[in-house]
Write a protein that binds this ligand. Structure first.
Ligand SMILES: [Zn+2]
Length: 145
């Protein structure tokens, strides 16, 4: 069984910009998983949508996040071939969430200061007895952003 380290809110690594080579796996895609290497959003719709998001690195915390409904992403695939992907809905949201991670941005950063403060207070209450910002997990199929 594979065990990996999951960095939780508070871990400095969540705020680091990724090195130029990085992979985004949004799970729900064809082919599965969709692997995007060095993904860049090159175009996004002006119309937006609000949906609840959570994050494996911030367990039990959810917030309504506004994001562009459609994005155009350029990246490389596993073989290094250029990928041009126009997507919307859940996949567009997931890609934006994961690319944010590559830039050291968390979904919480898209909330107003008041909403973020409330969720951070909840996070601190939930983690009152826990220490450290890394937990060991067994990878599961994609589902949570
Ligand atoms: Zn996340």
């Amino acid at each position: 069984m594979t065990v990996r380290k999951l960095h939780l809110l508070g871990s400095p690594v969540l705020r680091q910009r990724a090195e130029p080579v990085a992979v985004v796996d949004v799970g729900e895609a064809t082919p599965t998983p969709l692997v995007l290497i060095n993904p860049r959003i090159v175009q996004q719709s002006a119309d937006t949508d609000v949906a609840e998001e959570g994050c494996l690195s911030v367990p039990e915390i959810f917030g309504d996040i506004e994001r562009p409904m459609r994005v155009v992403v350029e990246a490389l695939d596993r073989e290094g071939r250029p990928v041009h992907l126009e997507t919307d809905g859940y996949q567009a949201r997931a890609i934006q969430h994961e690319i944010d991670h590559l830039d050291g941005v968390l979904f919480l950063d898209h909330l107003s200061a008041v909403k973020r403060g409330l969720l951070l207070a909840k996070w601190k209450r939930l983690r009152k007895k826990e220490t450290g910002y890394v937990k060991e997990v067994t990878p599961q199929p994609a589902g949570e952003l």
